[in-house]
Design a binder for this molecule. Sequence first.
Ligand SMILES: Cc1cc2nc3c(=O)[nH]c(=O)nc-3n(C[C@H](O)[C@H](O)[C@H](O)COP(=O)(O)OP(=O)(O)OC[C@H]3O[C@@H](n4cnc5c(N)ncnc54)[C@H](O)[C@@H]3O)c2cc1C
Length: 239
Amino acid sequence: MKILKNAGSFVILTPEKELHDQLLRIERAGRTCYQSEKEQVTLETAKNFVKMIIKLGHESVLEHSSMVVQFNNVSRGFTHEQVRHRLTGVSQESTRYVDYAKQGQGPDLDKFQLKCVVPPHRDENEKVELDDSRKMSMKEMFAEIEKFYRGLRKAGWVPQDARQILPIGIKSQIVVSANFREWRHIFAMRTAQPAHWEIRKVMGDLLEKVQKIVPVVFDDFVQAGKDSNGLRYFEKVKK
Ligand SMILES: Cc1cc2nc3c(=O)[nH]c(=O)nc-3n(C[C@H](O)[C@H](O)[C@H](O)COP(=O)(O)OP(=O)(O)OC[C@H]3O[C@@H](n4cnc5c(N)ncnc54)[C@H](O)[C@@H]3O)c2cc1C
């Protein structure tokens, strides 16, 4: 069993140049509304245009865009929250088809290792007393689940049947496509203080990255504070 702590990460699969080009496309599309087409659209004119439409709340123009992001070492809880965002395209690691016992050529149930995401602000070795008076840590509980899964698989249960025992903290991977307007909505919901610590951390890191590589579009989000665990939260401000 492997514990993943603060391991959630992302890779932006859309090339940086493509992200910039999309700003130009947004300006071209948006100027149709005002019949104010320009002969020469540049990154500078596009930045000013996009700033203006965000200020006006004319965000539908931002839909002429796309950014694809892969999230790694996140839990099934994270991905379940992510897939609630309906205006996205999604491809996610399957617990039906992925054989968690597979190592190398074929399933090796003895080598099978469950990977689980734990809260970074908790000690996964802290023992708590159970109803039956046993004392167990979260780490030991995950190790038990690993044993249950291995037992079912060794008894001939296929992955899609044995998966019913897997925990919500199991490591997963997901690729998400969305336009800039939807990413703004996702950031607003998932980096705010009430959001779950795991998605808030990873989305906060992603927000910071896109603020550096995509001009203007995400500039109105600012860090608004830290919670009692020292984890940052953000909010959208009027610019
Ligand atoms: C702190 C927090 C706690 C939560 N707790 C719960 C919970 O206890 N239980 C639960 O079930 N969910 C919960 N959620 C999930 C939440 O209810 C939403 O499903 C999720 O955040 C996706 O938001 P959305 O529907 O606004 O966004 P998206 O699906 O990303 O849609 C973006 C926007 O498009 C528009 N839109 C999309 N589809 C439609 C439609 N069919 N009709 C009209 N407009 C549409 C809406 O304006 C929407 O805001 C929670 C979310 C957060 C952030």
